[in-house]
Design a protein around this ligand. Structure first.
Ligand code: ADP
Ligand code: MG
Length: 485
């Protein structure tokens, strides 16, 4: 495919995301909802689909759905009912999935994707509905048999469906990163695509630029990372344009992504589409969500990454980069929130988090909750620097590491290790005299106009003071002394 051919087409993408909810129990039973237990241990008669058993709605999953709906600017529907989606599910013994077909709990929302050019790109959220997951069929453990683990059967899912609003794979990547960040902030899903607790089906089509009707879409499944979703979309775009450019036609189908080759392969075509025979679930009462319930959830909402981003860029005047970086994970944002209630040097606070703190967390592989330095202690260190008591270099190289290992206050460490910055004029003059007497020819050359030698002489001064001279004051005094000499 040539670039010219590529440029004739516009890409259209809509995503369907399944998010596994972090509720204690399953969607319609009191079985434990937990990953990694011994196979078939969370399997009561309801999960096993025994005749005569009755599902009971999990209240938490309704709350979680409302949370996400609010965060995605959706309308929360008051009246809903559940439906049976009938199918031969080898790992869902009932033979149907309980889902919200005609009455999704959340509709008509949107999410804004930030763009470097300024105006954000708005992606419409068509719907969010509640449903249950199937169990797991395991084909690659036993040579002859397929093994079935029903622990996952009946665990609660939210399906989040977008409008066909994305125009390139980069936007799909950005959308998924934002959704993952959001479900993690809300603590409703761990967002782990590698383990399958967040899954994505990508609907991709192309159409000639200027054409109104949407092109024939292909649905791609089986991507276990956001990166792979992007790769699968890229492959599909090329494949579809190549088919069209060579005079062929596309058929509506479901394709699977093969991560090894980075390609997609046909799984089933539209002609073989299933008729699920949806009908209202007779065993679950219709759901009524009232305004009180929605308001109660609203009152409990944690700060959302977008609100914090706006606060940091608009009120604290931090850069886009800093604000994005700090709001990437909720724990770090909350630590930063504490920190900025204790210092007004927001830029310095941001630099400490993005620099020394994050490197330490990465090196140790821990999260900020386990950082031995609490926001109060870090705020004290920032104040120590701002008061000119220690240099930021010394703070970073000597005091911060010592705080990590001894848990002592920064001021105490500075004193004990004799790190207090020297800004007293008579003390600085001692260093300066030493510098001049040890480097007489450079001193003369500076006076005679070789201004750049100040760097060399300051270097000597800092070494003589063992890094403790206040560089600003020392620099001014040194220049003055050299010129007066
Ligand atoms: P289906 O009936 O096959 O489930 P839907 O209309 O419900 O299709 O849409 C499923 C997803 O596919 C949505 O995210 C939607 O935005 C997206 N979609 C629909 N048509 C197209 C298209 N022509 N190209 C790309 N995405 C599409
Ligand atoms: Mg659909």
């Amino acid at each position: 495919m040539t670039q010219e051919q590529r440029d004739k087409y516009e890409v259209v993408i809509g995503l369907e995301v399944h998010a596994q909810l972090l509720t204690k129990t399953k969607a319609y039973s009191s079985d434990i909802n937990a990953y990694g237990a011994a196979p078939n241990t969370h399997t009561s008669p309801i999960t096993l689909g025994h005749p005569g058993t009755l599902p009971v709605m999990n209240k938490k999953s309704i709350e979680y759905a409302i949370k996400l709906g609010i965060a995605l600017n959706c309308k929360i529907e008051n009246h809903q009912y559940f439906a049976r989606k009938n199918y031969f599910y080898p790992d869902l013994p009932k033979g149907y999935q309980i889902t919200q077909d005609k009455t999704p709990i959340c509709t008509d929302g949107f999410i804004n994707l930030k763009s470097k050019e300024g105006e954000p790109t708005r992606i419409g959220i068509t719907r969010i509905h509640m449903e249950e997951d199937a169990g797991k069929s395991i084909h690659d453990v036993d040579v002859y048999d397929t093994l079935v683990d029903l622990n996952r059967a009946g665990t609660p899912l939210l399906e989040i469906v977008t409008e066909p609003d994305m125009r390139n794979s980069q936007e799909a990547h950005q959308y998924l990163s934002e959704i993952r960040k959001l479900v993690r902030y809300l603590e409703i899903c761990d967002g782990n695509m590698e383990e399958g607790s967040m899954r994505c089906d990508a609907n991709v089509s192309v159409r000639l630029k200027g054409q109104k009707e949407l092109g024939t879409k292909v649905e791609v499944k089986n991507m276990n990372s956001i990166r792979n979703v992007q790769k699968a979309i890229e492959f599909e775009i090329s494949r579809q344009i190549e088919v069209l450019e060579s005079g062929g036609t596309l058929s509506q189908e479901t394709r699977g992504f093969d991560a090894l080759n980075g390609s997609t392969l046909s799984m089933r075509s539209k002609e073989a589409a299933n008729d699920y025979r949806y009908f209202p679930e007779p065993d679950l009462q219709p759901l009524f969500v009232d305004e009180n319930q929605i308001n109660a959830v609203k009152a409990e909402m944690p700060p959302l990454p977008d609100d914090l981003y706006n606060k940091y860029t608009k009120d604290l005047k931090l850069s886009d980069y800093d604000a994005q970086n700090i709001t990437e994970t909720k724990a770090i944002a909350l630590y930063f929130e504490d920190l900025i209630s204790l210092t007004t040097n927001y830029k310095s606070a941001a630099n400490w988090i993005m620099g020394d703190v994050k490197s330490y967390l990465n090196e140790k592989g821990i999260s900020i909750e386990s950082l031995p330095i609490k926001p109060e202690a870090l705020a004290e260190l920032i104040a120590l620097i701002d008061q000119g008591k220690v240099s930021s270099t010394i703070a970073s190289q000597k005091i911060f590491p010592e705080m990590l290992s001894t848990n002592e206050a920064s001021a105490k460490i500075a004193e004990r290790m004799n790190l207090i910055q020297v800004s007293d004029e008579s003390d600085l003059n001692e260093f300066i005299e030493k510098v001049i007497s040890e480097n007489p020819s450079e001193a003369v050359r500076f006076k005679n106009g070789e201004q750049q030698l100040i760097g060399f002489l300051m270097g000597k001064l800092m070494r003589i003071s063992r890094g403790k001279a206040d560089p600003k004051i020392a620099n001014a005094l040194l220049r003055q002394k050299l010129n007066d000499a």
